[in-house]
Design a protein around this ligand. Structure first.
Ligand SMILES: Cc1cc2nc3c(=O)[nH]c(=O)nc-3n(C[C@H](O)[C@H](O)[C@H](O)COP(=O)(O)OP(=O)(O)OC[C@H]3O[C@@H](n4cnc5c(N)ncnc54)[C@H](O)[C@@H]3O)c2cc1C
Length: 590
């Protein structure tokens, strides 16, 4: 299956089973849905809500992830695990030499820019200490990460596995305890990893983990069964949900017939919310990775790092559904972090270092407290309400498949990509664990323990999505500047804070928490809607007028460009590529 065909969004069953009125029924995904006020489908907040929340939280999340010892080091087994899915013998390419080869003419570019070099981990590393050293707790990492690092915040004390995990725990094997690496020194950015190796991994992630029909469960690790639809809803609600599902299916079928594509998969009753959510998590993670690599891109001509607008256009701007999936992930992970508010109260972040422990705890408590409580952003309670006939729950199937994705990460042939791939799958796994195993805020549910690596992965995953949303904002400004021929007004680069600045940012968040705790995501009044529509119409008029005014200049440059091409042709030279194209208007430009 080619990547393109296997990755079309399985958004075929827009089931609105949600009892939460803030969750609107889902429409098929189009660019229209990226209008700021539109709700992110399957989540409960709009793009604008999430953007404004992120503007407040972003510097704070950055600080937490990058400037606390607890959250800026990660333990993982990066080198000793074999890809369990393929090897060279069966003809599929899975080794590093094969995967990291795609910069053209590697030998002619300076060593430092070569993919192999770019993909390597940097900074200090420390080996996981033995149990005896852990027990003594006096600098158990023997200063390997540097003298200034609070080691009691970084070391993960070995404990038992929990069968409610969504990921393969990093300390799974007795022999491979892994290394500690600095996340701040290994930012997620362009590495040059691409080609067959990278595609194979993405394909495996999408293909091996797509939920199959009950009768053909062979490809994944889980065993999907047939689920009874909507047993947790009242009869009327269930009927309404079924009716809605039928209407959406009929619509999708019509669309498929119109577009001439086969009706494959549309009759699959089992293709619903949870399965779509699974796809969206993966695709949103892929979109976040693409955003980071386009935003922190190496220009191999100048040797400078910076945003690459063409990369953004190709991978994201032209695929609004990918951007939508990234926003969806933000809503999901944010909701999970918000749910940790009470949990972290008694959590020990740094054994023996009460000052650092308190700072870290305060920061995460404030962050969790600033996230609107309840299902205003994401309502997990509508998921996993049904059970399969043979007792295997959809949740278990979902969990198994997620574990499989985290195993596939061992097949990534670039160290830095593997590091961030593993962290993010662990981060999403932890978010799912918190959402679906922690009960709802109260309820006396016994909460499973979260390992240090899980918390670190969760916060760093949130940091990655949050930074990706900021990068997308910057790209949007660059697009507008390119269109209008103006300069981009660049925001300050990412914050690097000292402890004093961190304390100040705590105060700022305090103010925000006060406002946020009273606020709900506001329902719009009729007047708001009127002015919003009015503004839209007005901006559309201005847009059309501007286009008319700019038309003579544009037509002249098109004519010139075509004449130059004709001249090339006349001289028998290779024709230079067209510098213009036809494009419909984009709602985001309004
Ligand atoms: C786990 C992992 C981590 C990586 N981390 C990095 C990194 O840190 N830095 C770096 O430079 N490279 C990284 N890569 C490589 C990078 O993701 C791309 O594979 C590479 O840049 C080649 O890009 P491409 O344009 O060929 O398409 P790819 O991104 O490889 O995508 C393959 C196909 O998937 C589909 N697709 C793309 N995006 C989406 C989406 N969001 N949702 C659904 N379908 C989609 C498209 O059909 C596309 O043709 C990583 C790869 C993996 C597997």
């Amino acid at each position: 299956v080619s990547p393109a065909s296997s990755h079309t969004s399985p958004d075929v069953c827009a089931v609105s089973t949600s009892p939460n009125p803030a969750c609107t029924p889902k429409r098929p995904l189009t660019a229209f849905q990226l209008e700021p006020k539109a709700k992110v489908s399957d989540a409960c907040a709009s793009y604008a809500d999430l953007d404004s929340l992120n503007t407040k939280l972003y510097p704070y999340i950055r600080n937490l992830a990058n400037n606390t010892d607890f959250f800026s080091y990660y333990r993982l087994n990066l080198y000793d695990k074999q890809c369990p899915f393929w090897n060279d013998e069966n003809g599929l390419c899975g080794n590093i030499a094969c995967a990291v080869t795609t910069l053209e003419n590697e030998t002619q570019i300076p060593q430092i820019w070569r993919a192999e070099k770019l993909s390597r981990l940097e900074g200090p590393k420390a080996q996981h200490p033995g149990r005896k050293q852990q027990r003594e707790r006096q600098r158990p990492l023997l200063d390997q990460l540097g003298a200034g690092v609070g080691e009691s915040c970084v070391v993960e004390y070995d404990d038992e596995c929990d069968d409610r995990d969504y990921c393969v725990p990093e300390d799974e094997t007795a022999s491979g305890k892994g290394d500690y690496v600095s996340l701040a020194e290994n930012p997620e950015r362009f590495t040059g990893y691409s080609g067959e190796g990278a595609h194979q991994v993405w394909e495996a992630i999408y293909r091996e983990n797509c939920f199959s029909r009950p009768a053909t469960s062979g490809s994944g690790v889980g065993v999907p069964g047939s689920s009874a639809p909507f047993p947790a809803l009242s009869q009327n609600q269930a009927q309404a949900a079924m009716d809605f599902k039928q209407v959406m299916k009929a619509h999708d079928r019509q669309e498929a017939i119109k577009s001439g594509s086969p009706d494959e998969g549309l009759d699959d009753e089992e293709e619903c919310l949870e399965k779509r959510v699974f796809y969206r998590v993966i695709s949103g993670m892929h979109a976040s990775i693409s955003t980071h690599l386009c935003h922190d891109y190496l220009n191999q001509t100048t040797g400078e790092w910076g945003p690459n607008l063409e990369c953004y256009k190709e991978r994201l701007h032209e695929h609004p559904e990918r951007i939508s999936n990234l926003y969806f992930n933000y809503a999901l992970v944010l909701r999970a972090v918000g749910k940790l508010r009470d949990y972290v109260q008694d959590y020990t972040f740094c054994t023996g270092d009460s000052e650092q422990d308190q700072i870290t705890k305060d920061m995460i408590k404030k962050l969790a407290g600033a996230i609107p409580a309840g299902p205003q952003i994401f309502d997990e309670s509508v998921m996993f309400t049904d059970h399969t006939a043979d007792g295997i729950s959809l949740k278990e199937d979902f969990r198994n498949r997620f574990r499989n994705v985290s195993r596939i990460m061992d097949c990534v042939g670039c160290d830095k990509c593997r590091l961030w791939g593993k962290i993010q799958t662990n981060g999403f796994g932890t978010a799912l664990k918190v959402l679906f195993e922690f009960g709802n805020d109260d309820a006396g549910v016994e909460k499973p323990l979260l390992r240090r690596t899980e918390l670190v992965a969760l916060i760093n995953t949130l940091d990655k999505i949050s930074a990706a949303m900021k990068a997308l904002e910057r790209f949007r400004n660059m697009m507008i500047a390119e269109r209008d021929g103006t300069e981009v007004v660049d925001e300050a680069s990412l914050p690097q804070a000292s402890p004093a600045e961190m304390a100040a940012s705590l105060d700022e968040l305090d103010d925000f928490v006060d406002t946020a705790s009273n606020a709900t995501i506001a329902e719009q009044s009729l007047t708001d809607v009127f002015w919003e529509e009015f503004g839209l119409v007005f901006r559309a008029w201005v847009y059309v007028l501007k286009s008319w005014v700019g038309a003579p200049k544009k037509l002249t440059s098109i004519a010139l460009s075509e004449l130059t091409r004709l001249w090339d042709y006349w001289l028998g030279k290779p024709m230079r590529p067209r510098s213009w194209e036809f494009k419909g208007p984009d709602f985001r430009e309004l």
